[in-house]
Design a protein around this ligand. Structure first.
Ligand SMILES: [Zn+2]
Ligand SMILES: [Zn+2]
Length: 253
């Protein structure tokens, strides 16, 4: 499968301010940046948007995206998230004040968006992929996603601090090729990482040890201010198969 983390900073910096992964062009994991893609054709190809949790870096461009891709008629984007996240988006974003109520305005014959609730460990099948939500540990309820295409599997734990369930689940997944795991903070900010439900470089290294399979560990979600410090610390640890994500690069996995 083809996976790209969309850029929302200078790509060469290896950091991004907003979170969106595109899979095979038609599926997005998180909506931080999809609506800010300058190429509207690429926005129009996205048909299913999974939202892992409601933090702003994961939903920032969703209102713009839904407006950009709307076309009169029954075909519309599918928005998939946990029930409470869908309720939050309706109550606090698409509420007719912050942004039009695209959910109420949608009818079978003319739709902006169709919502589908996600349930933990209930896989869905979309565009030839099987996508399984797994809980992670982030302060607000957050779903990691495991994506399989019959040949390979890729894990997107989203934002998380030290966690367990997703590693247990991944130990049962065949052909796991890569994990896009966050390392938000350097060791000097370990306390802040704990308070905010993120990984520091030290807890990142401990999470990697929880999975016995040999996979590519692709680091995402470095806080921009600490990106260089995180990179130095990770490099010094010499953990096998670890790399930093290159936003805008397509990974063939
Ligand atoms: Zn978050
Ligand atoms: Zn985030």
């Amino acid at each position: 499968m083809r996976v790209e983390m969309l850029p929302s900073s200078i790509p060469a910096s290896g950091t991004q301010f907003l979170v969106s992964f595109l899979i095979n062009d038609t599926i997005a994991i998180d909506a931080g940046a999809i609506g800010f893609l300058a190429d509207l054709g690429r926005q129009n190809r996205i048909k299913h948007v999974f939202v892992t949790h409601e933090h702003l870096d994961h939903i920032a461009s969703l209102p713009i995206f839904l407006e950009n891709v709307y076309q009169p008629g029954p075909d519309c984007v599918e928005l998939l998230a946990a029930r409470d996240v869908l309720d939050f988006l309706h109550d606090d974003i698409f509420n007719g004040r912050v942004w039009p109520d695209f959910i109420r305005l949608s009818h079978p014959e003319d739709s902006f968006v169709q919502t589908t609730p996600l349930e933990i460990l209930q896989p869905l099948h979309r565009d030839g992929l099987t996508i399984t939500p797994v809980s992670v540990s982030h302060g607000v309820d957050t779903l990691g996603l495991v994506v399989e295409d019959g040949i390979s599997a890729v894990a997107f734990p989203s934002d998380t601090g030290p966690t367990e369930a997703i590693w247990q689940y991944l130990s049962t997944v065949q052909n796991l090729k890569a994990v896009f795991l966050e390392a938000s903070f350097p060791a000097s900010q370990a306390g802040l990482a704990t308070l905010t439900g993120h990984l520091s470089t030290a807890t990142f290294a401990a999470e990697v040890k929880k999975l016995s399979s040999q996979v590519r560990w692709i680091i995402v979600h470095r806080k921009a201010r600490f990106a260089a410090e995180i990179a130095r610390e990770i490099d010094a640890m010499q953990i096998p198969n670890v790399e930093f994500v290159c936003p805008g690069t397509v990974y063939e996995l």
